[in-house]
Design a binder for this molecule. Structure first.
Ligand code: MRU
Length: 349
C-alpha cells in the first residue's frame, strides 16, 4: 500500500524483509519510538503489552509473527515442520483473545502452509501471505472509510471511543478512517474523543492522530459522554469493533456498550465500522465472544504510579458487548449494512 497516497506519515507496522518494525504505541504521544525484531516471541509480547494494538493491526502483527517464527523453524520433514508451526500459531492466536482479526490472520497463514510440501517454499509463501494480509487489510479500511464518509454531513460533530485510526489498522482506520476521509472530502467535522480508561487510547492516540490530520478534536472523560449527548452536542457516535457475531452483537473497547445505550436514549445514530476480518459469523451471539481480562494493575496504576490504595482490588475487562439492537448500521469495506443485519452479513466473509 502506498502510504504517501494515504497521506499518513507514520507506520504502526512495517515489514523489513526478514524482520518487523513496530511503532511502540505505549510510548505515544510523548515518544515516537520503534522496536525492530526478527523474533516472533517479541512480537507476541508487543501484542500482549499493547505496543501494537487495535484489532486489524493485531491481525497484521500476528501474521508477521507467524512468518518470523516459520522462517526459523528447523525440522527434518514437512510433517515435523507443520507441527512446530502449529504450536507457534497457537501462541500467536492466543496473545489477545477478543480481536477476531488475530485468529482470522493466523488461520489464513496456516491454510497457506498446508498447501505445499517443500519447507523452503512454505517459508516464502508465509512471508508473502503476511505481506498480502497487511496490504489487503490496509486497503479494506480505505474502502470502508469511503463508504462511511457518505453518512457524515458537513458540520457533523462525532463522538468516538478508544483508537481506531491508522495506528489501529495500518490503513486509514475504521471509525477514525471514516472521519479522516470525510475531512479529506472537504467536510467540516468536529470530533469528541473519549479518553478511554484505563489505558487512555483515546487521549493518547486518537487525539494524536486527529491533531496530525488537522481535524478539530476535543477530549472528554468517558463518563462525560451522556452529559454531552443530552446537551445536544453530538450528531452521531462511530466506533470500531474487535469481534462481531452473526446476530450483530459487537465486542469493542470497554465503555462502548454504555455509549450505545446512551446514544439510543438520546436518539443519536450509533455506527460500528469494521472490516470483514472482524466478523465471526460462527458465533450466534455476543455471549460466545471471549472477553479479555487484563491485569488489574492497569486500573490501579498509571505508568507505574499508583492511583488507588495499594491493597484495593479492581476488575479489568478490556472489552464489552454491545447488543445489536443498539446499533444503527455497520460500515464495512463492502458497504453499509442496515437492518436486518443477518441479510447484509451474508456477503461479508
Ligand atoms: O485494547 P485495544 O487498544 O487493542 O482496543 C482497541 C479497540 O477496542 C478498537 O476500538 C478496536 O480494535 C477497533 S480498531 C479499528
Amino acid at each position: 500500500m502506498n502510504r504517501n497516497k494515504l497521506d499518513i506519515n507514520y507506520q504502526p507496522i512495517a515489514w523489513l524483509g526478514n524482520r518487523v518494525k513496530i511503532l511502540d504505541q505505549t510510548r505515544l504521544p510523548s515518544q515516537e519510538a520503534y522496536l525492530e525484531t526478527s523474533d516472533y516471541r517479541e512480537v507476541i509480547t508487543a501484542i500482549k503489552e499493547l505496543k501494537v494494538r487495535g484489532a486489524p493491526a493485531i491481525g497484521v502483527a500476528g501474521a508477521y509473527a507467524l512468518a518470523l517464527g516459520a522462517l526459523k523453524i528447523e525440522a527434518k520433514n514437512t510433517s515435523a515442520y507443520l507441527t512446530k508451526l502449529r504450536s507457534i500459531a497457537k501462541a500467536v492466536a492466543s496473545a489477545r483473545p477478543t480481536a477476531r482479526n488475530l485468529s482470522w490472520a493466523v488461520e489464513r497463514m496456516e491454510k497457506v502452509a498446508r498447501k505445499d510440501k517443500a519447507i523452503e517454499r512454505i517459508k516464502s509463501a508465509l512471508v508473502s501471505k503476511a505481506v498480502k494480509i497487511h496490504t489487503e487489510e490496509a486497503e479494506a479500511t480505505v474502502r470502508l472509510s469511503r463508504f462511511g464518509a457518505v453518512l457524515i454531513k458537513n458540520g457533523s460533530v462525532i463522538l468516538t471511543h478508544c483508537n481506531t485510526g491508522p495506528l489501529a489498522t495500518t490503513g486509514y482506520g475504521t471509525a477514525l478512517g471514516i472521519i479522516i476521509y470525510a475531512h479529506k472530502q472537504g467536510k467540516k467535522v468536529q470530533v469528541y474523543a473519549d479518553e478511554t480508561r484505563p489505558l487512555l487510547q483515546g487521549a493518547r492516540l486518537t487525539a494524536w492522530e486527529l491533531k496530525k490530520a488537522n481535524i478539530p478534536v476535543t477530549l472528554l472523560t468517558d463518563s462525560m459522554a451522556g452529559y454531552m449527548m443530552k446537551q445536544g452536542k453530538i450528531d452521531c457516535v462511530i466506533v470500531g469493533a474487535d469481534r462481531i457475531a452473526v446476530n450483530g452483537d459487537t465486542a469493542n473497547k470497554i465503555g462502548t456498550y454504555s455509549l450505545a445505550v446512551l446514544a439510543k436514549e438520546n436518539k443519536i445514530p450509533f455506527y460500528v465500522a469494521a472490516p470483514a476480518s472482524t466478523f465471526d459469523l460462527s458465533l450466534k451471539s455476543g455471549a460466545e465472544i471471549p472477553i479479555e481480562e487484563r491485569n488489574m494493575k492497569e486500573v490501579t496504576h498509571f505508568r507505574g504510579i499508583a492511583v488507588a490504595p495499594g491493597d484495593v482490588s479492581a476488575v479489568n475487562p478490556a472489552f464489552d458487548i454491545t447488543p445489536a439492537r443498539y446499533i444503527t448500521a455497520f460500515i464495512t469495506e463492502k458497504g453499509i449494512i442496515k437492518r436486518p443485519f443477518a441479510k447484509g452479513f451474508e456477503n461479508i466473509e
